[in-house]
Ligand binder design. Structure first.
Ligand SMILES: Nc1ncnc2c1ncn2[C@@H]1O[C@H](COP(=O)(O)OP(=O)(O)OP(=O)(O)O)[C@@H](O)[C@H]1O
Length: 589
């Protein structure tokens, strides 16, 4: 993704500051402490000059003690301010990104599947973790510190000119050189940082995909090839980092060189003045100026760095806001939420395409009466999954109407519609959480009794009870510690406790042992009982029991009817049936 985040992009800054609003007081205090730190910075060198010229050179011991105490007090004060300043700016940065992270997560979970079809998950993780961290740095290391550093430079240069304008002019002569070097550095490092951000995103995407798909890599013994790919991405990331460090390794010595020039000028001019009588410049002033030089050069050098931190933060913010601006949520303008949903489903001349006019469903019309079961069958790519994905509005139809109980699906409140359609997919997804939470999905209205009853109904209670901790058993990532059949049964309980009027089921094709197969068949029967079901059927038993079979071919309905009717037709279904079903009754495809 091209990144153009610009420090001068006031629109972007304004947007970031919207998130600062709740922490206005913290922000204001941070700025006040920054100003205070800048204002008191010239005091210590001034006190040293005064002590040297008036007490040390004159041998005034009492004055020396008083001044030392004053300096210790100033140091303690400065440390206290610094401590609170660091604490406040960090709190501000972290609070802002916590809120932003919540917004991003909320937004992502509402985006429609189409968005995820084209956005790598690793990229989204980069947005919500590392890109957001760069925004926190705007506050902890960027913007507020920049205000402080600029102020410090202005105040110190002012005090220098006030103390001795001629000496100031001489020692600050190399400053234009420093400004030129800084500008060049900023430009180069901006590009280098953008490269780093892009490479981090690539690295995360690659890692996420390859750790998730590690079994495929191992099944096909592709470790070496994947290693090579990873090596290349890793190398690009390393090179981008080295490039940015290279700019630093040049910039810092250049700044040192320029500051040495200033110091040289100071020593030359100061010594010349001390040697000439009467004394123009006192030893105290020279000591004071040596300290001031450090206090001018260091912030100018740091300004370049902080400017880049700010720049990185802006790039990060631009990427994060881009996700927030993705307007690919499912429109939710419907208001209908009837007290009871019967579950009469009607597809009328439905056309659907994932991309433009490349229709994968063409002129689909069928009806499922409340409580009936419809089995969708067809070769791979015929459009079965697409049909179920448009019913719960994961994707929007292009033409035609889908109604439930005579109400257009778009006229339902979206949550209501989805709460009344339970979808059980082939690939069961289980979260790293307890079995109980995986079933209830943290819905507080579902009680443990509901869960146990549903588990008994699908015949899974016994196996869950046998797990260590029973319903509190912690499922490892994506259910890795459960068998495919057990995971299926848990997904059935999940659907059952949500008590949907409509059940959408994509039957798993993965083979399980005969005992589990019987258990699953029984569970499916229980699941479908008393509700309207649309099933992508892979089991002969499901197909035989279905009230209606819809045979899809290349997105069109080829045949419709019961199993017996369609067999009698001796047409497409018969061929498909002969081709697909083994004696075991599970589809081969
Ligand atoms: N997210 C997507 N984006 C673009 N095209 C898609 C997407 N999902 C499916 N398709 C295409 O839509 C067509 C229908 O696919 P669909 O998944 O509905 O078929 P299916 O009958 O469920 O197949 P299978 O039995 O293999 O699951 C296919 O040509 C497929 O390539």
């Amino acid at each position: 993704m091209a990144v153009t985040g610009d420090v001068y992009n006031t629109g972007l800054l304004k947007r970031i500051f919207k998130y600062v609003k709740p922490y206005r007081a913290v922000f204001v205090w941070s700025v006040i402490l920054t100003i205070l730190l800048a204002a008191i910075s010239p005091v210590r060198p001034f006190l040293i000059k005064y002590t040297l010229d008036h007490y040390i050179l004159n041998g005034n011991y009492d004055g020396l003690v008083n001044m030392t105490m004053l300096m210790v007090f100033m140091l303690v004060l400065q440390s206290l301010i610094q401590y609170n300043h660091t604490l406040l700016t960090n709190t501000l940065g972290q609070s802002v990104i916590r809120d932003l992270r919540i917004s991003v997560f909320n937004h992502i979970t509402r985006l429609r599947l189409k968005f995820f079809d084209k956005t790598p998950i690793g990229q989204l993780i980069t947005r919500t973790v590392s890109d957001l961290e760069t925004i926190a740095d705007i506050f902890s290391e960027g913007l507020i510190s920049m205000i402080g550093d600029s102020l410090q430079v202005v105040v110190i240069v002012g005090v220098m000119f006030y103390t001795d304008w001629e000496l100031s002019l001489v020692v600050l002569l190399p400053i234009p050189l420093l400004i030129m070097a800084t500008r060049k550095f900023q430009k180069a490092i901006k590009v280098a940082f953008q490269e780093i951000r892009n490479e981090v995103s690539n690295l995360n995407t690659f890692l996420q995909e390859h750790i998730t798909g590690v079994s495929i890599v191992q099944y096909f013994a592709r470790e070496k090839q994947e290693y090579r790919k990873f090596y290349a991405i890793n190398k690009r990331y390393r090179d981008a980092n080295i490039r940015s460090n290279w700019y630093y390794s040049i910039f810092f010595p250049v700044v040192e060189l320029i500051s040495a020039m200033s110091l040289g000028l100071l020593v030359w001019y100061g010594a010349k003045s001390i040697l000439s009588k009467p004394l123009d410049v006192t030893p105290g002033t020279i000591t004071q100026f040596i300290m001031y030089l450090g206090m001018v050069f260091t912030p100018i050098r740091q300004l370049a760095d902080k400017f880049n931190t700010l720049q990185m933060g802006m790039v990060g913010a631009e990427r994060v806001f881009k996700v927030l601006d993705t307007d690919e949520t499912t429109p939710n303008n419907g208001k209908q939420k009837p007290g009871k949903l019967e579950g009469n489903i009607k597809f009328e001349k439905v056309w659907f395409a994932y991309n433009d006019d490349n229709y994968v469903l063409k002129d689909l019309s069928f009806e499922v009466k409340a409580g009936e079961t419809v089995a969708l069958v067809g070769a791979t790519g015929a459009g079965k999954s697409s049909t179920i994905n448009i019913l719960n509005r994961f994707y929007e139809v292009k033409k035609g109407d889908i109604t439930v109980d005579g109400i257009h699906i778009e006229d339902f409140e979206l949550d209501y519609l989805r709460n009344h359609i339970a979808t059980v997919l082939q690939d069961v997804f289980l979260f790293s959480d307890t079995i109980l939470n995986n079933i209830t999905l943290n819905n507080p209205e579902i009680t443990i009794e509901d869960v146990v009853n549903a588990a008994k109904k699908v015949g899974a209670h016994d196996f869950i009870e046998r797990l260590p901790g029973g319903y509190q058993y912690n499922v490892m990532e994506r259910g890795a510690t459960l068998s495919a059949g057990q995971a299926q049964l848990i997904s059935f309980i999940r659907a059952l406790v949500h008590n949907p009027a409509i059940l959408v089921l994509d039957e798993a094709t993965s083979s399980v042992d005969t005992e589990t197969e019987l258990l699953i068949q029984k569970a499916i029967d229980n699941l479908m009982e008393g509700r309207t079901s649309i099933v992508i059927a892979h089991r002969l038993s499901t197909i035989q029991k279905a009230d209606q079979i819809i045979v899809l071919d290349k997105g069109e309905i080829k045949e419709k009817g019961t199993h017996q009717q369609l067999l009698k037709l001796n047409g497409y279904y018969k061929k498909l049936y002969d081709l697909q079903f083994s004696s075991k009754g599970i589809a081969k495809v």
